[in-house]
Design a protein around this ligand. Structure first.
Ligand SMILES: [Mn+2]
Length: 284
């Protein structure tokens, strides 16, 4: 069978892959990744789920994702890993660069002269629950939100309460979920408008979306890349236009033949050794 050409995309954003958990649809993601040739790839948080890492679930198919992504680096794709809450351990590496790979907490891109503000979105968990007024302050910076988030979680830990993860709680009720999603989107839009961005791009809430949000202060296009646990979606930006990629609608990716790997698990030492080796092999 002749190999079909890969689809060229200027910018691809994926988030909430949750590698290392049972819920991750790694095979579907690999199928998608194998059909595209992105100029730039942004991994917008919760890509590797480090909260779950101690459970020692890391099948070969999850390593295949890492290998494919490092392979893209070797082929010239610019890759930015933005930290989320499930991979917040990487926050201390913000600013790290190796060739065309970088780790950051947030990224501002200029897309045809329009400012796109891209970050995971977990910082709103605290903002929304404890102090909606913080969002109302206007031009609060993302770094300030991260500090606030860390302080509140530290205090909660001190008092013996767990860290805040609103997204889990709201799944208990449909009404709660709708309200939560609305609050999240409004908070993101408010702050983005106050900071003069045209696009605000998040993940975290596992709810793919592209929509214009208008307030009395202005308007912004809110985008969310969804996830690879339930929705199997991504954001693509090409020729000045955004779109939501949906695996369910992609017959080509679905029919792609890929090797089925053994679904055995490795221990943590092997995983880290493998990750580091994959990574170092990219460096020229
Ligand atoms: Mn998250």
């Amino acid at each position: 069978m002749a190999k079909k050409r890969k689809r060229e995309v200027e910018l691809v954003i994926i988030s909430d892959v949750h590698l290392g958990t049972y819920g991750c649809h790694s095979e579907e993601l690999l199928r998608y990744l194998k059909t595209i040739k992105p100029k730039r790839l942004i991994l917008n948080g919760d890509i590797i789920d480090m909260w779950q890492f101690s459970k020692r679930y890391w099948p070969k198919s999850h390593m295949e994702i890492v290998k494919h992504i490092t392979g893209l680096l070797a082929k010239g794709t610019k890759i930015t890993y933005l930290t989320g809450n499930h991979d917040e351990m990487l926050r201390k590496f913000a600013g790290f660069r190796l060739g065309s790979f970088q780790i950051e907490n947030k990224k501002v891109l200029s897309l045809s002269g329009k400012s796109a503000w891209i970050f995971h979105g977990d910082v709103f968990d605290v903002t929304m629950r404890y102090s909606k007024w913080i969002a109302r302050l206007g031009a609060i910076g993302y770094d300030a939100l991260i500090v606030l988030n860390a302080v509140v979680n530290f205090i909660l830990k001190f008092f013996g309460k767990g860290r805040i993860s609103l997204s889990k709680k709201v799944k208990d009720s449909v009404k709660g979920a709708v309200k939560f999603i609305n609050n999240f989107e409004e908070t993101a839009a408010d702050i983005a408008i106050a900071n003069g961005h045209h696009y605000v791009v998040c993940g975290h809430i596992h709810h793919p979306e592209i929509k214009t949000i208008k307030t009395e202060k202005g308007e912004v296009v809110y985008l969310n890349s969804g996830d690879w646990v339930e929705n199997l979606t991504a954001l693509e930006y090409n020729k000045n236009e955004w779109s939501i990629y949906r695996y369910a609608d992609d017959k080509r990716a679905q029919s792609l033949k890929i090797h089925k790997r053994y679904r055995n698990s490795l221990d943590n030492d092997e995983i880290f050794k493998d990750l580091v080796n994959e990574f170092l092999s990219v460096k020229k």
